[in-house]
Design a protein around this ligand. Structure first.
Ligand code: RP5
Length: 177
């Protein structure tokens, strides 16, 4: 599907393993993405430049992950009118609570969609970006539906396997005794 549509930003290269979970979710739906190390604190000018140029390159949704005093999502939302999804990361002795509050507690007027802490939050950021893109693109909407149905099918298959295993083990127990 059409080029790069999601820009994934992270405050440090150390955030990469977690933030790539967002990219993996987008891959599962077939949405193009790019990923950049850009820090609200250490490279504020580069954050601004990226956000000014991103829409012209086709980016429609921004995902921003950062740890500690996590300002990247909020600063990004201040610099662009694109929807911004924030992912709080666990990279401090406070276990991510600091970044969760920094990401979620935006002052009124500058919205950030705050996800949960860490890899689950990053994955959900990718899926939320897909849902946003699906609103204006029926191919993305169909791909998302296929993804969701596949996910449900794998949970149902796991339940069937569990029930089969438990039934077999009960049968063995009743034979024994
Ligand atoms: C934040 O500080 C980054 O997002 C990262 O989670 C945290 C620590 O950064 P490094 O010291 O590992 O570069 O800005």
């Amino acid at each position: 599907m059409a080029g790069i549509q999601v820009g994934i930003l992270m405050g440090s290269a150390s955030d990469r393993p977690v933030m790539e979970e967002a990219g993996k979710a987008l891959d599962e739906i077939g949405i193009g993405w790019e990923i950049r190390v850009l820090s609200a604190h250490r490279t504020p000018g580069a954050v601004r430049k990226y956000l000014r140029e991103a829409p012209g390159r086709g980016v429609r949704v921004v995902i921003a992950g950062a740890g500690m005093a996590a300002h990247l999502a909020g600063v990004s939302a201040a610099e662009t009118d694109l929807p911004v999804i924030g992912v709080p990361l666990n990279s401090s002795p406070l276990g991510g609570l600091d970044s969760l509050l920094s990401t979620a507690q935006m002052p009124p007027g500058i919205p950030v969609a705050a996800m949960g802490i860490g890899p689950a939050g990053a994955r959900n950021a990718g899926l939320l970006a897909a849902r946003i893109l699906a609103l204006g693109d029926s191919r993305v909407a169909r791909a998302y539906r296929r993804f969701a149905e596949g996910q449900s099918a794998s949970v149902l298959a796991a339940d069937r396997a569990l029930q089969k295993e438990r039934a077999a083990s009960k049968k063995r127990a009743s034979r024994r005794g």
